[in-house]
Design a binder for this molecule. Structure first.
Ligand code: ADP
Ligand code: MG
Length: 261
């Protein structure tokens, strides 16, 4: 059965999508079967996996509205297959921003994704959900589906403060909707060891959250930022780059961690 993880942080631009696509590619590289669910109407994880969001016939939107199953809506990316790190993609585009309103009157609307994933769980080792930068109904669907949350964060001054809302939301979902949900870990991303403040915040994180902080650190690396414009995760675009190597190491760390969960 697949282990299901949300990549979440209510802040935008913190590295969620970069983590989702590169962890997916890294896991594929170490032999895991992976489904990546794009739950953000911006569709960046879809595009960054080499799938044109404008050409998709079925997306996660159709799955949430129960007009398609995941088996019908998931796609493969030719580019990823060629790159030798292929994972399945349940894509998203702007249509998804309407789901919030359309689901308002629906019973158990926060469980729609969970129900749909149950039908394909046996096909995968990992299912990764790239969440939008909000604590909306979409993110709630992600949190209700998952065994755990991976929180990418930059080691900046307000990093800890920003975590409070997310941690409270996760606690509430845990108490009321999904008993399995836990924070799997905090992932330090866009890290620059030359910046003293980043080292200090990183130490604070470790003393505050202990082993909830992943050992792997993702460095700031321009190849990771360039890769999406080629429709590829950095892990596929430039496997020898520091950023790609860090994400493959992170994939290995995840495989080891879930054996202990
Ligand atoms: P989010 O999904 O949280 O909004 P993104 O993953 O889209 O964040 O990242 C925001 C921006 O930062 C993007 O332009 C991305 O390419 C860039 N970026 C993310 N991680 C790194 C990194 N480790 N090094 C350099 N640039 C990065
Ligand atoms: Mg994103």
């Amino acid at each position: 059965m697949a282990k299901i993880f949300c990549i979440a942080n209510q802040k935008g631009g913190v590295g969620k999508t970069t983590t989702a696509v590169n962890l997916a590619a890294g896991l594929a590289k170490v032999g895991q079967r992976v489904l990546m669910v794009d739950l953000d109407p911006q569709g960046n994880a879809t595009m960054g996996s080499g799938v044109d969001k404008r050409k998709l016939e079925l997306t996660v939107y159709d799955v949430l509205l129960e007009s398609a199953s995941i088996a019908e809506a998931r796609v493969k990316s030719e580019k990823l297959v060629q790159g030798g790190c292929s994972y399945d993609i349940l894509g998203a585009n702007r249509e998804l921003s309407g789901a919030e309103v359309e689901l308002v009157d629906v019973q158990r609307r926060e469980k729609r994704l969970k129900q749909a994933l149950a039908e394909v769980e046996q096909d995968y080792d990992f299912i990764l959900i790239d969440c939008p930068p909000s604590l909306s109904m979409l993110t709630l669907n992600g949190l209700c589906s998952a065994h755990g949350v991976i929180v990418p964060m930059q080691c900046e001054y307000f990093a800890l403060e920003g975590l409070t809302d997310l941690v409270n939301t996760i606690k509430q979902v845990h108490a009321n909707l999904n008993k399995e949900l836990a924070i799997i870990g905090l992932l330090r991303v866009m890290f620059d060891a030359r910046i003293t403040l980043q080292q200090q915040v990183s130490e604070q994180l470790k003393s505050h959250f202990g082993n909830k902080v992943f050992n792997t650190v993702i460095p700031r690396n321009v190849r990771l930022a360039e890769a999406p414009s080629y429709g590829l995760p950095g892990v596929v675009f430039d496997p020898s780059s520091k950023g790609a190597q860090a994400f493959v190491a992170f994939a290995q760390e995840m495989v080891e961690r879930i054996e202990k969960i």
